[in-house]
Design a protein around this ligand. Sequence first.
Ligand SMILES: [Zn+2]
Length: 323
Amino acid sequence: LSTASYLIGIDLGGTAIKAALFDRDLRSIDDVEAHTPAREGPDAVIGAMAGAVTSLLKAAKVSKDDVSGLGLGSPGPLDLDTGCTLDLPNFPGFANVPIRDRLAEAVGLPVVIENDANAAALGEFVCGSGEAVSMIVLLTLGTGVGSGIVQDGRVFHGAHGIAPELGHMIVAPEGAPCECGQRGCLEQYASATALVRHARRLIDREDPDSRLRRGLEERGELTAKSIGEAYRGGDPLAREAWDRLANYLAIGCTNIARICDPDLIVLGGGLAGAGDKLIDPVRERFFDIHWTLTDRKTDIVAATLGNRAGIIGAASLARERFL
Ligand SMILES: [Zn+2]
């Protein structure tokens, strides 16, 4: 184990590579962001990550010898034992790439990898909303629904390293088809994508005076953000779309509570940026449908680290492994 006291966390996203330098207490020293050349294949992506590390160390005036290791949060699926990507959607050429070892070679530091949603859950557990509790479940509501489970500082992986995939728990029998091959997955009801799709359906159906419709006509586009704004402004269609999302999300959260009884279910990702406006109806519905066999112990809260959760979780893994 190294006596060097700095750590690096990297969050590999489809459009951006975020890298940050931390001290041993996970206080952030410096960070850099670089474009992800996802379409250019593994050499370019790994090279860009190594380049980000070089500029990070240079900006912070820290020598590589003083860094004990690097944690990488990567999109999945991953084989955590071998450190290989299995096949990354939106990253052509990434089937069976030994991303951990190749990054380690490129930067000259030991590397530990983790699925990005798991890394974000660990970040929230260690430094965010989960700091004072023993178990959290993170749901990230974005293009899809990502998830991570952390208990007593350990990330839950299941028997085959696939879990958790809470976005693909079925919440609607015979429901909307999902790209995963199932029907009625939570992701089809509680992601930003699903919110926009449903709002569009409502707009097509009725209410020529809806702010949503007017906003759509003015801006020429409908986004989760504009739906959130219309909701805050009291638009009935936006409310209908949002309440539907909240209902399915509450069903998902109830299933999560029955399966693993966490202290907190933490909602993160782009949609959770809507803050209390999103959380309140989900909590309300969650309390409503709660069983009567025990008091309600699990609560639903907003993530507190925003898009830094993944990078902090990745650095935290490096600390655990290498420091
Ligand atoms: Zn699915």
